[in-house]
Each structure stands twice: as C-alpha cells, then as structure tokens.
Design a protein around this ligand. Structure first.
Ligand SMILES: [Zn+2]
Length: 191
C-alpha cells in the first residue's frame, strides 16, 4: 500500500500522513503483515499465529463491510468530513469522501488564523453539514470555525490519534473503528 502525503500550503511543509490505521482496509493489511512477521521469527507457533490472526481478520472484515455500506449510503452532499487535523485522508479517499481540516501537519502553529480562514473559505464554497472535533485536540480552533461559519460541531468526539484508556468506551482498535463509523454515519446521516 502506498503512503499518502500531507502538504501544508501555509508553511510548505510536507510529510507522510501517519494516520493510515484509520482506514480499516489498512488495518487488515497491518494484521496480515504482523502475522507473517511473527511466523517468520517463531515458525514453531505458526498455527497459533494464524488462528489468532484469522479470528481478528474476521472481525475487521465485518467492520470494513460496515464502513463501505454506511458511508456509501450517506447523501452525496454530506460526504465531507471536517476535522481539526487532516488525519482521515486514507479512509476518506477509500470511500470517496471529501476532507477538510484546520491543519495538515502537526506543528506548533495548529489553529493559526491563516489556517482557520482557509477552512472558512472552504465552508463558504462547499456544503458542510457538520464539523467534527477529535478527542485529543484543543477545541478552540474548531469552536472559532463553528462560531464564524454557523455550522455546528457534532455532540460526540471523533477519535484519530489515540484510543481511550483501558475501561473507556473506545479502549481497543476494534472499538475505535466501530465508534468512528457510528459517529460519522450518525452525524452526517441525519443532516
Ligand atoms: Zn494526528
């Protein structure tokens, strides 16, 4: 699978987008790679690794079908995800959705006036039904965007860089993937 790149037009910085795991298809590939790596270094336990991987891949396969179905059924004009950081590129490209965000590359400058203005210009041109706020970011830049544009922030956070602490609602990768598809389809499906 090919990496995707992020370029920040305001600073001209470019880097590989590290958030590939947000796309369940990439998650599936990662599990296969891990299985193969374990088998290579510990071939005596090949059956064990293959069984564990196969069970997990079944679960991820079901989730991937859910992503395809639920994102596919969103109204065409609602297929746009607006978040603080451009973390969702792999998943959104996969399911033919548009992406907009305040900052592309994580720097000290997250949420600068130039970045906020640039997102506001996008919202003026495009139909944006809803804004999403990640669980781990400073909410103030997105709150400014919401106040200036009049577009609401969805009532539940979306998860990007982190999962929850043990015992939280979103404390495993499987729960993370399921939680996000629920939030996205709930938010964009009802608009
Ligand atoms: Zn990130």
């Amino acid at each position: 699978m090919e990496p995707k790149y992020l370029r920040d037009e305001t600073t001209n910085e470019e880097e590989i987008n590290p958030h590939s795991f947000i796309d369940p298809v990439v998650g599936i590939q990662m599990v296969k790679d891990m299985r193969d790596a374990f088998v290579e270094v510990d071939p005596d336990n090949k059956d064990y690794y293959e069984k564990r991987a196969s069970d997990y891949l079944d679960r991820l396969g079901d989730i991937e079908k859910e992503y395809a179905a639920r994102l596919g059924e969103l109204p065409e004009e609602n297929k746009v995800l607006v978040t603080s950081e451009c973390a969702f590129q792999y998943m959104l490209d996969r399911y033919d959705m548009k992406e907009a965000c305040i900052w592309k590359v994580d720097t000290e400058e997250n949420g600068s006036p130039v970045q906020i203005t640039s997102l506001l210009k996008f919202i003026e041109k495009e139909i944006v039904p809803l804004l999403f706020l990640e669980s781990n970011v400073d909410p103030r830049p997105m709150e400014t965007v919401s106040n200036e544009s009049g577009v609401d922030i969805f009532g539940k956070p979306i998860y990007s860089d982190e999962i929850g602490k043990p015992g939280d609602e979103v404390d495993t990768y499987v729960k993370y993937l399921k939680y996000n598809i629920n939030v996205i389809s709930e938010g964009l499906g009802q608009q």
